[in-house]
Write a protein that binds this ligand. Structure first.
Ligand SMILES: Nc1ncnc2c1ncn2[C@@H]1O[C@H](COP(=O)(O)OP(=O)(O)OP(=O)(O)O)[C@@H](O)[C@H]1O
Ligand SMILES: [Mg+2]
Length: 370
């Protein structure tokens, strides 16, 4: 499977539930075949108290299992019928990138990939699971092959696998978040020009450059919704609940609340714009693009997703700051028939926070139905 670092090859071909786990929250989705494309079968979400999962590592397994089992038994909508799970791996604890290899035999390539991974990660090769896939090349006769590699610490993968089994499910695959986000947002997983996907969650913002038929680079910073809410709380001297309300209702609007909410959020938005600017510049100058068409290395569009991408005025602010078109992405683009962006049970705005898990669920159902 594309970009997964753990696969249960004997898992059969039945449907799988997507499960997006982070240290403090989780979401799950099951899709089914609909009359037009796919449809939502079930979804749910919940929180983990602090310390149960720390930096991706499951510390209190019994508690995590109990919380998940309860949530799986009572989805917010529908009923889970699949027995398999495709689970996310936290971006900051995994490694995904495209490398270039000279054209070589499969057995040589395997050795070369192992060597590349050893060079690129700060851990021993025996402490990680890794996976790779040849990337479909846009042009023939370029003399090299792009390979998408991903790796994740065994400690983290084994912890998730054990939790999934103890919940009574069969782990199908573990997939790096950025791969799932790409599957959700990039129509048919193909772009004419590089696109930057920006996933703004509660604790982290991830940057993903997707070009051609594969993601090229990923990185993430620990600045997202929670820090924005904390900034409002401090600048406007209000409690967190009130700050959250201002964050949702006002956002980057200068003309409300005497501009105080704007003043609290603007430095963070500006910082985000700077991060994106340097990330894009890095990609454009380092992209392995000898084989790409003339002029096609420039990032043509930015697609926002993640719950905090709902922030009022953010796409306009970033668009002006970066001079690149910024849009809010459609996490249903490969699930529903165009131009649909939501289903009655899960509104468009809410589904932006479901981008990763919708990509995982899509991976789960695609294996069996496409
Ligand atoms: N309507 C909204 N307007 C503004 N912010 C929102 C809205 N709805 C949710 N958020 C914010 O989105 C964030 C949650 O986003 P998301 O569900 O993508 O995070 P997550 O995947 O759980 O977190 P992470 O990826 O950081 O682990 C929270 O900070 C929340 O306050
Ligand atoms: Mg997230």
């Amino acid at each position: 499977m594309f970009g997964s670092v753990f696969q249960n090859l004997h898992a059969g071909e039945s449907d799988a539930v997507g499960l997006d786990i982070s240290d403090e929250t989780f979401k799950f989705v099951q899709l089914k075949k609909g009359r037009h494309g796919f449809a939502l079968a079930a979804f749910g979400e919940g929180d983990f108290p602090k310390e149960l999962i720390v930096s991706g590592e499951v510390k209190q397994e019994a508690e995590v299992v109990k919380i998940l089992k309860d949530a799986f038994a009572r989805p917010l909508y529908g009923k889970l019928t699949a027995r398999h799970i495709v689970c996310s791996l936290p971006e900051e604890h995994s490694f995904t990138r495209v490398i270039q290899l000279p054209k070589m035999s499969m057995s040589e390539a395997k050795e070369a990939i192992k060597w590349e991974i050893e060079q690129s990660i700060p851990m021993g090769i025996n402490d990680v699971y890794y996976d790779w896939q040849l990337v479909e090349m846009e042009q023939q006769g370029v003399g090299h092959q792009d390979v998408l590699i991903s790796a994740a610490p065994r400690k983290i993968v084994d912890g998730y696998v054990s939790v999934i089994k103890k919940c009574g499910f069969i782990p199908r695959a573990l997939e790096v978040e950025s791969v799932a986000v790409s599957r959700s947002l990039v129509k048919d997983l193909k772009t004419d020009a590089p696109v930057l996907l920006v996933d703004i969650g509660a604790t982290r913002t991830s940057f993903i450059i997707f070009s051609g038929t594969a993601l090229q680079f990923t990185s993430s910073v620990p600045v997202a919704g929670n820090k924005m809410i904390a900034a409002i709380s401090s600048v406007c001297t209000v409690k967190e609940e009130e700050a959250k309300k201002l964050f949702y209702d006002i956002g980057l609007d200068k003309n409300q609340q005497e501009g105080k909410v704007y003043a609290a959020l603007e430095p963070i938005a500006s910082d985000l714009a700077n991060q994106i600017r340097s990330y894009v510049a890095f990609y454009e100058s380092h992209a392995m693009h000898e084989h790409r068409k003339e002029g096609s290395v420039a990032v043509a569009k930015i697609l926002l997703c993640g719950g905090a991408s709902n922030l009022n005025g953010l796409n306009v602010y970033l668009g002006l700051a970066l001079k690149i078109p910024v849009e809010t992405g459609n996490p249903w683009t490969n699930i529903l028939k165009e131009p649909l962006k939501e289903v009655p049970e899960l509104s468009y705005r809410r589904s932006l926070g479901y981008t990763t898990v919708l990509g995982l669920a899509l991976s789960g159902i695609q294996k069996s139905d496409l």
